[in-house]
Design a protein around this ligand. Structure first.
Ligand code: XMP
Length: 510
């Protein structure tokens, strides 16, 4: 494996994803965390950082120590730190360098194998390396910086190859960045590129068999990609000793409860559907605050799930679809980050239940979960589903949630989402949904005036949900959907389209 030491760059996860894309396994750890250097560790990548190496509080690691044991690649801050630690000079540039630059290759090192002589790279730094340490040489330059890529000259058999890149090979706009990373992984570190979905499935099923033995596992399923893929892996390992629970909390999409159960049935999972709609509706009464609504859902869900667990005998373990971005220890450079909204689906269950955790996706990124799902034969319609928030339609009904409003929103949402599918727009959008506003306005239908609800449509493009833009849906499509909803869903007489990006807005309205 490869270790990525994180110095707090916003791009660290992108490095990890690029490494995984090259079918090499890697992990991210905070730069100050101790790690073992054994035969399985093939190389270390030092990430970027918001710090300057010359700041007093700048994060440092002992590169001189581990370079005697494994190859190292420094990226941006990682490269500057390398240069500085070995006696080079890093200084503030008079000109900050952000964005596109053309890199000229001077030495055809294995790291730059098959990379064009002039190649577009993406920069994001205000310091630059003015002078390399003794025993180092420049591999490439750009018009504004003398050191875009460097290596340590290898004349000492005790040490491994040491490289630095001033630019960010991991970002999309570094045209040949992935190739450079792959060269490091394969040509320098000697990694075999065998981190594939097929291998992952075989290895994981073996490990799960060992971990679980003949104990029984219970798991809450949500119809989402992560829990479905996790459950399918566990099922492959232990068969009918896995007990899935899928709760209808009354705020699922139209027909979703039945459809999801049918799909689980098709995959062969042993899942019990629990209709708890009424209990949720009762609890929603009088609650208008979004966080209060989230709490109702979180708490009641745990109650229902625990009741089901008690009905089963001898359950000792709890399966969960936790994925890597939920568990990466991020290093906090600007102090603890504030809770903006409580996303309740991470954590919550285990401590109370005293069950041992089974989390087969703990080290996968979302796109890897989908690839593993495909390998497992899970239908595309399940793997390609848009994300759907845990609190479901409850946070898309602004204000109090009632059964009537849920039905109204389910019908409107159904028209919208089906429309997106029929017009081949569904897959180009990251997430879409309809929001029922607590606003009534006047309309006219036939000879009568109406006074009914307003519905907002939301569709966004995004990569990870952290930032998003409103999707530029065709006007004709919006016209068609608006018509369909107003004519078919009694209670809505006005449809609007949300044209806000995130930030400053969020994807959901509550
Ligand atoms: P926001 O609205 O914060 O949403 O831009 C980002 C992503 O998170 C989902 N979301 C939630 N998921 N529980 C969840 O499980 C929640 O309370 C919650 N709130 C938002 C949202 O649908 C989007 O995919």
């Amino acid at each position: 494996k490869i270790l990525i030491l994180d110095f707090g760059s916003q791009y660290t996860q992108l490095i990890a994803r690029a490494v995984r894309e090259a079918n090499v396994y890697c992990e991210i750890i905070p730069y100050h965390k101790k790690f073992e250097i054994d035969a399985s560790l093939k190389g270390i990548i030092l990430s970027g950082s918001p710090f300057s190496v010359n700041e007093e509080k700048a994060p440092v690691v002992d590169i001189a120590d581990f370079i005697t044991k494994v190859p190292v690649l420094g990226v941006c801050y990682g490269a500057q730190l390398t240069a500085k630690v070995f006696g080079g000079r890093v200084e503030k540039s008079n000109k900050r360098e952000y964005g596109r630059a053309m890199m000229q290759k001077h030495i055809n090192d294995v790291l730059l194998h098959n990379v064009s002589d002039m190649s577009q790279v993406w920069m994001s730094h205000s310091d630059s390396i003015k002078e390399l340490p003794e025993g180092f040489e420049v591999l490439a330059t750009t018009a504004s910086i003398p050191v875009a890529a460097f290596r340590r000259i290898n004349n000492n058999n005790d040490t491994h190859s040491l490289y630095g890149l001033q630019f960010h090979p991991e970002v999309y706009h570094s045209a040949e960045g992935k190739k450079i990373l792959q060269n490091f992984l394969v040509n320098v570190c000697g990694c075999s590129q065998d981190w594939t979905p097929a291998h992952f499935v075989t290895d994981t099923v073996e490990q799960l068999k060992k971990q679980i033995g003949n104990r029984k596992v219970i798991m809450a399923l949500s119809g989402g990609v992560d829990s479905t893929v996790a459950a399918t892996l566990i099922h492959k390992a232990i068969g009918s000793n896995l007990f899935g629970i899928f709760v209808d909390n009354g705020v699922l999409r139209k027909n979703e409860f039945q459809q999801v159960l049918d799909t689980y049935n098709k995959i062969g999972l042993n899942v019990k559907g629990v209709d708890a709609k009424q209990r949720f509706y009762d609890e929603f009464k009088g609650k208008t605050d979004p966080e209060a609504k989230r709490k109702v859902i979180g708490k009641l869900f745990i109650d229902v799930f625990q009741e089901e667990a008690h009905k089963l005998e001898g359950i000792e373990m709890l399966g969960q679809g936790t994925i890597y971005p939920d568990v990466i220890e991020s290093i906090s450079v600007h102090g603890p980050s504030v809770t903006i909204k409580s996303h309740h689906n991470v954590g919550g269950l285990p401590e109370k239940m005293h069950l041992q955790l089974v989390e087969p996706l703990r080290f996968l990124f979302k796109d890897e979960v989908r690839r593993v799902g495909k390998e497992l034969g899970i239908p595309d319609e399940m793997l390609g589903r848009h994300p759907f928030p845990g609190p479901g339609l409850a946070i898309r009904i602004l204000g109090e949630v009632t059964e009537e409003k849920v039905e109204l929103l389910q019908d409107a949402d159904h028209v919208y989402i089906n429309g997106l599918r029929e017009h081949n727009l569904y897959n180009s959008i990251w997430q879409a949904g309809a929001i029922l506003l607590p606003v009534k306005s006047v309309g006219v239908m036939g000879d009568e005036r109406t006074y009914e609800y307003t519905l907002a449509l939301r569709a966004v493009t995004s990569v990870d949900g952290m930032t998003a833009d409103w999707a530029h849906l065709p006007y004709d499509f919006l016209a068609h959907i608006s018509n369909e909803i107003i004519n078919n869903v009694k209670g809505i007489n006005r449809v609007v389209y949300d044209i806000s990006s995130k930030p400053p807005a969020t994807i959901e309205w509550e």
